[in-house]
Each structure stands twice: as C-alpha cells, then as structure tokens.
Design a protein around this ligand. Structure first.
Ligand SMILES: *Cc1c(COP(=O)(O)O)cnc(C)c1O
Length: 396
C-alpha cells in the first residue's frame, strides 16, 4: 500500500509550485497578438518588473529558460576576446562562464575555497586590484547557487568591486533567488541581473528576465557578440510590439506572469522575502535537529550564507536516493536530488515561491516519517523544531 494519493507535493528547487491563480490566469484562448489587452498586459509587465529587481534600469523578457537569459546577458555586452571573471560558488556561475567561452570569451575562475562557502568579497577586491590593465570585462556571480545552497553577499561583492575602482560589468544570476531573497540591483552596484520564471517568480518554465542599467546598455553599443535574436537594440525598438520578444509573444506566460506579479505586489516584496526566511529557517531547524554524527548535516554552515530558496542536506551514512524514493513512492513527496558532486550523498528541499507553513511542515513531517520508516538514525524530531521556529515567527 502507498499513501501517496492526494495533491502531490513537489519540493524541488524549480520548477516551483505554481499558484492556482496563475494556472487559472493562463487557461485562456489565444487573443489577438497585434492589438488590445495582451499588448497592454505585456507593457505592464515591463513596467512592473524593475520593481522586483529594484532597479530603474531596462527590462527584457526572453522566451526561454534561464540559460537563454544567460545568453542574452552575455551576447549583448561582450565581444570575442573579452575576459570574464567567474566567482566560483557551486556550479552555476561556472556554467554561465562556460557558455561565454563557447562564444570566444576568455574565462578566469576565482576559485572557491570549498563548495560549502560563499564568495569571499576580499578575494574579489584583491584580484581586481591586481588587474591594473583592466583586462577583466565582466564579473559573473550567482546570488544563490542551487547545487550547494550557498547565498553570496552581493552587496559586499558590489562594494569590493567599487573600492577596487574596477570598471568591469557586474552581472548577477538571480535565477534561484529573484522573488525569494532580498536583492537591490541599483543600490548594490549590479549592472546586469538575470532571472527566470519558474523559481521564485511562480510561473511555469519558459520566460527569462534580464535587467540592464545604463552602464550595461553603453557596453552593448560596442559588443560584437550581438546576435539578431537576442539583440537589445532591436528589442528596444518600440515601433512594433512583436520586436520586444523578437517574434510572437509568449501569450500564456504573459497572462501567468501578470497574475504572479499581482500576487507579489499584494503581499509586498519585503514580506515575500521575510516569509522565505521564516520557512527556510524552519527547514534548517529541522535539519539541525535531525543531524547526527555521520548522518544529516546542512551543506552550508555559515548562518550568513544560507539560501532562503533551497537547502542542500548532506546525508552521511543515510542513502539519499533511497530517502527520495521512499518519500515519492510511499507519500507523494518529490524531493530534489543532489546534483554534480552531491549525487547520491545529498538531497535538496526547494522552498521558493508559493509556499506556506502547511506545505513546508508537511514536507518536513513526511521526511521525518520516511526516515523513521527506513530505520535511519536522527537526533530528534526535526518537524517539532521546525514548528517551534514557525511559532516564533507567528508570535511576531
Ligand atoms: C535553475 C538555475 C539556472 C538554470 O535555469 P534554466 O531555466 O534551467 O536554464 C541557472 N542558474 C541558477 C542559479 C539556477 O538555479
């Protein structure tokens, strides 16, 4: 017998749970794409998206996943032979740099001390000060790495770049953090920000977002990686609406994103960030309580470097893949797998976007039941600890 009937719970770090309001908003017939409501909604998205990234810069929407948004950011600002400095912290910044390499951009990696710590802003400053000839054209960094669950201090890295007096573009991947983590593009000195629809933004996969400030738009003028499809200049030509998307607009996603942005505005973005912090804190309390020597452990120990959108849990002697299998087959809970070097020795809980205490405490309770069913050793009731931490937040 399996207990898995009921609404499935998918707690992976993207795609995240899509709100019913968003799904309903998308369930509409095709409208006129040359005139009327769709174009008004599309324009309203471009007007509202800067408030989510906290910028007065320009917003572009790609009809793509996050990798497409990566490509748009690179091809519009860089040239063959340019150099990017990748701030290593887990997997994804390196992946972005490798994409640049394919186009003939040189990549230098500022190596992380381990895959369990954030980028060190002092090391960034030191490297930039040594680059007296300004050979580095752009700095690539993630806010949250979805493999190891580290959160980088983007404000501190921005200050390090400023105090080194280095002119490189600061480009930040917020794909796993936009709509989850506090982010201030303009105040923190970020020139290009990249995100996608399917994580904290609560819309199915298929949209990417790129925000560019004036410095990035100036770099665009001399970029020779520009391509017809991704080109910012063409997309800023507002003589025809279809140019914004370089073709037919992503109709369903436009309706869905309008609803999701309304939900974020109704809650208030600061409250969205605070809710993520409370729910992520509950997950971390649970893991700390489950932890035993040789058993569970949070991958990120530094309390200032925990992502509030996803948690990577090392499982020690407990079989991570078996745990995921039991949760899924017996209880209808899908957990994230450990990726890259974490394969088989970690699992991940995604807690981004449309999430509340019943969802997160249900997830933790199901993990606890599955661990008990497996006879796995734990240090105590993680779900009780998590409920306590939610209670503290509820008391305010
Ligand atoms: C998910 C993710 C990506 C890749 O996004 P896709 O939509 O799968 O292309 C890139 N960077 C980070 C930090 C991510 O979490």
């Amino acid at each position: 017998m399996s207990l898995s009937q009921g609404r499935p719970m998918v707690a992976i770090p993207g795609p995240s749970i899509i709100p019913d309001r968003v799904l309903s908003a998308m369930n509409r017939p095709m409208p006129n794409i040359y005139d009327g409501e769709l174009l008004e909604i599309s324009d309203s998205l471009l007007a509202d998206l800067p408030t989510v990234a906290r910028t007065s810069g320009h917003t572009f929407i790609t009809v793509s996943n996050g990798h497409g948004a990566w490509a748009m950011a690179l091809t519009n600002t860089l040239s063959r032979g340019d150099k990017v400095l990748v701030l290593e912290s887990g997997r994804f910044a390196i992946g972005w740099g490798e994409m640049a390499q394919v186009s003939g951009v040189e990549m230098e990696v500022l190596a992380a001390e381990s895959d369990r710590v954030p980028v060190d802003p002092a090391a960034v400053e030191e490297r930039l000060r040594a680059d007296t000839g300004h050979e580095i054209d752009a700095i690539l960094c993630v806010q949250v790495d979805t493999a190891n669950s580290v959160r980088n201090d983007i404000a501190a890295i921005g200050r390090a770049i400023e105090s080194a007096g280095h002119p490189a573009l600061f480009m930040v991947d917020c794909i796993a953090s936009m709509g989850c983590e506090h982010f201030e593009m303009d105040d923190w000195g970020v020139d290009v920000t990249v995100a996608a629809s399917q994580k904290g933004m609560m819309v199915p996969p298929g949209l990417g977002f790129v925000w560019a400030n004036d410095k990035a738009l100036a770099a665009h003028q001399n970029a020779d990686l520009r391509s017809g499809y991704w080109d910012w200049t063409a997309r800023m030509d507002h003589t025809a609406h279809y140019l914004r998307y370089a073709g037919t607009p992503p109709v369903q996603s436009i309706f869905g994103l309008r609803e999701a942005l309304d939900m974020i505005a109704e809650e208030g973005i600061e409250n969205v960030w605070a809710r993520h912090e409370v729910l992520a804190g509950a997950v971390r309390e649970a893991v700390r309580t489950w932890a035993t020597p040789g058993g569970f452990e949070l991958n990120i120990g530094d309390p200032n470097a925990h992502a509030n959108s996803t948690t990577t849990i090392l499982t020690g002697s407990i079989d991570a893949d078996r745990l995921r299998q039991v949760c899924s087959a017996e209880a209808g809970l899908t957990l994230g797998l450990g990726i890259g070097e974490y394969g088989g020795r970690a699992f991940r809980i995604g807690h981004m976007g449309h999430l509340n205490p019943p969802m997160i405490l249900g997830t933790l309770g199901t993990i606890e039941a599955s661990l008990a069913a497996m006879g796995a050793p734990t240090g105590g009731s993680g779900v009780a600890a998590a409920a306590g931490s939610v209670a503290t937040a509820m008391k305010g």
